[in-house]
Design a protein around this ligand. Sequence first.
Ligand SMILES: Cc1cc2nc3c(=O)[nH]c(=O)nc-3n(C[C@H](O)[C@H](O)[C@H](O)COP(=O)(O)OP(=O)(O)OC[C@H]3O[C@@H](n4cnc5c(N)ncnc54)[C@H](O)[C@@H]3O)c2cc1C
Length: 398
Amino acid sequence: MAADGADRILVAGGGIGGLAAALALARAGRRVAVLEQAAEIGEIGAGIQLGPNAFNAFDALGVGPLARSRAVYVERMAMMDAVDGSTVASLPVGDAFRARFGNPYAVIHRADAHGSLLDGVRARGDIELLTSTRIERVEQTGAQVVAIDQHGVRHAGAAVIACDGVRSAVRAQYVGDPVRVSGHVVYRAVVEAADFPADLRWNAPVVWSGPDCHLVHYPLRGGEQYNVVVTFHSREREEWGVREGHPEEVRSYFDGILPQPRQLIDLPKSWKRWATADREPIGRWTYGRATLLGDAAHPMLQYIAQGACMALEDAVTLGEAVRAHGDDLEVAFARYERSRIARTARVVLSAREMGRLYHARGVERLVRNELWRDRPPERFYDALEWLYGWRAETCLAD
Ligand SMILES: Cc1cc2nc3c(=O)[nH]c(=O)nc-3n(C[C@H](O)[C@H](O)[C@H](O)COP(=O)(O)OP(=O)(O)OC[C@H]3O[C@@H](n4cnc5c(N)ncnc54)[C@H](O)[C@@H]3O)c2cc1C
């Protein structure tokens, strides 16, 4: 073992993808250092949905019981028409769903999903965590990489995994492709249960679809809080980014929506505002001893609720590839990306299509409302097999 840590794998970014990658690599027998730009490793206050594939990945990372204990198990997923109140789709996710996919569908506070991974990392005691360390550039010579941070400090390792999110510095260095700003703006907030309307307390992630907009709500933390997310097509020319939101802006986008879902926009005391973006899927993630993972590899729109789930799957797959080819990281990375690129590209493209359905107007809305009418759950499950049927045991392509 090199005294300077040159045999360790560097993970740039300590989000869900980065911590999952660190756990997976450590479980595959590698030394790992996580380099995170923030002063503290943490997550924003908002919820995420977790498909059964995410729980399969949590199990493979050794933190399944922790994540399960912090999740809220929903009864169904629902899509409502926010203009006439009709049910567009209602998909039960109880026993039959669990039996089909081997795991539940759940919602969770982001901090609790991330915290489960962080607890797993800390419990091992062998993963270095460096904060206030923003990686700006990677240099490679032979079997060594050096990640250089904002202070010019050089962090040596055997490889770097870029888990630095949608604005990845490592992807900018090796790929240099533009973000594809959607023009869709998301406002997110968490509301205490006491302030949440009784007629919206459904134990389900509910999407109210309107023309060029939609609203989402679901319970968090055993029903003590509710996640509220509203999305609209902006009138402004947007640039990708996050900032504080303004209630007046939200209110100006939801005319023509029924009072029941519309009351959601008056609930939060403060909002965070995301101007969202994705990127075109790319056919190569690995550049020598640097490879991409999570949003750095496949940033996507949120309409299919799978970005974090895919980051978890990536991490497990990377760990398995390193376990299989540990002595040759370049071969391991090639196998990892071969196992992941088509699948994650399908999710990126499906998310765009789902956004179109969510926001359909006019005749397209009528088509959307006919699409899933009276469809039995088994047909939904068949259609979702490719997504939710992922298994850690079979994650590596030949
Ligand atoms: C509105 C919305 C709703 C969503 N809902 C869901 C959902 O329901 N289900 C789901 O599965 N996914 C959902 N997602 C997607 C999910 O949030 C992301 O896919 C996931 O967080 C990606 O994780 P990541 O670790 O790859 O990136 P990030 O979460 O972006 O983490 C990147 C980390 O790297 C750090 N970092 C950045 N640059 C550097 C650098 N240069 N050097 C060092 N550190 C750096 C950051 O500080 C951060 O800690 C949603 C996203 C949005 C916007």
